[in-house]
Design a protein around this ligand. Structure first.
Ligand code: GLA
Length: 393
């Protein structure tokens, strides 16, 4: 992908890029909404990436162009049409409702942290589906952060880049997300799921080669588009924080698994908070169990834990939707080993763990169930654990 994107960059900006970088989207195997509760998550990188051709500038200008932006009608060869031009010293949080807020937010976060970024020309192209719960925004942030880290010789470690990207998303874009997606895009490695402790950001690369064991992981994109800044995500986050405060702990991560019943009983008539707390605590335990099973080579046994995770997100956290439930229920009825929604919820994608020989039957069954329910046809594809962000050229 680096040759065409370099050519498009050269056509736009009249010079060759200094380099080309890529950062992937992700699916989360298990550990949903635990990341802003100091808990555990286990995402892996998708083969779908956002690619950026980038050159440094020293005159304070940030010029941004995307091959995918719907507002951009240029063919990439017609000069700088569709290029958005900003001044790095005029970047201000909460002022940009467009896709450009993500790359601009990263430049803003780097400069806020004292890194002397004096401008850049960027051309971006992505194969990560937008709004599908597969972290297209994190891929966009991380590819920009990695490119600027290299071009400005900032020498920041990956976890730090992820933190700066999260700050861009939280403060500049205004979406109160956790640290999972950016860390996944920056730190995943091919053939592995990433066990991340979001409290200290320590990671464990867990071998996850399903094909070798006769299994596949399918992603079912329901095509129901979701957005994190629309309030429901923030409400769940606030509810979790209230739960931690009521229980007198720093974060829900600190509720011991064997103390859950006592903690729930102590929440009095706070039923909504009780459900949120129950999801977070049981979900953290599921992540640890899945990690232990994978490390013990007992991969098939993770299926029921994935399915339990879905029930918890549907019934306790209340962030599923009819299309996600249809995907999960129909896949399980057709013989899947386990299935759950993945990502922030309210749409986006589900994942399905299946024996290789059952993939076709399950894919057809899910499509038929969507048709019977009158839902838009889903898009189903296999997810292979892929590489994290990297320089391509
Ligand atoms: C979104 C957020 C993540 C995480 C997930 C839910 O993807 O960006 O930080 O909270 O939702 O697990």
């Amino acid at each position: 992908m680096s040759a065409p994107i370099s050519e498009a960059f050269t056509a736009l900006y009249g010079r060759a890029p200094d380099g080309v970088w890529a950062a992937p989207g992700r699916v989360n195997l298990i550990g949903e909404h635990t990341d802003y509760n100091d808990g555990f998550v286990m995402p892996f990188a998708l083969p779908h990436t956002t690619v950026a051709a980038v050159s440094r500038r020293t005159d304070g200008l940030l010029r941004l162009h995307s091959a995918d932006a719907s507002a951009d009608t240029s063919d990439g060869t017609a000069g700088t049409e569709g290029v958005v031009e900003l001044r790095v010293d005029a970047l201000a949080p909460g002022t940009d409702p467009h896709w450009t807020a993500y790359p601009a937010g990263v430049v803003w976060a780097l400069r806020e942290a004292g890194h002397p970024v004096t401008g850049a020309d960027l051309h971006l192209a992505s194969t990560v589906p937008v709004g599908a719960g597969l972290s297209s925004s994190a891929a966009l942030e991380v590819v920009v952060a990695l490119a600027l880290n290299d071009l400005y010789a900032l020498d920041l470690p990956r976890w730090k880049l992820a933190r700066l990207c999260q700050r861009a998303e939280n403060v500049y874009v205004g979406a109160p997300t956790g640290i999972m997606d950016q860390t996944a895009s920056a730190c995943c490695t091919a053939g592995h799921a990433l066990f991340l402790d979001t409290r200290d950001l320590s990671v464990r690369q867990i071998p996850f080669d399903l094909a070798a064991e006769g299994m596949r992981l399918l992603v079912v994109d329901t095509r129901v588009r979701h957005a994190h800044s629309d309030g429901e995500y923030g409400k769940r986050r606030a509810g979790c924080e209230k739960g931690a405060a009521l229980l007198g702990v720093d974060a829900l991560r600190d509720v011991p698994y064997d103390g859950l019943d006592t903690a729930l009983a102590g929440l009095g008539d706070e039923d909504e908070v009780r459900r949120l707390v129950r999801h977070i605590v049981t979900e953290n335990q599921r992540v640890e169990r899945v990690a232990a099973l994978l490390e013990a080579g007992r991969t098939r046994e993770i299926g029921p834990l994935l399915t339990e995770g879905h029930a918890s997100l549907r019934d306790d956290f209340r962030i599923s939707c009819p299309e996600l439930d249809t995907a999960v229920d129909s896949a399980l009825a057709a013989g899947a080993l386990g299935a759950r929604m993945t990502g922030g919820g309210f749409g986006g994608s589900a994942i399905v763990l299946a024996e290789t020989g059952d993939v076709e039957t399950i894919t057809k069954a899910v499509a038929a169930a969507f048709a019977a329910a009158g839902h838009t046809p889903p898009r189903t594809f296999e997810a292979v654990p892929s590489a994290g962000a990297a320089r391509l050229a």
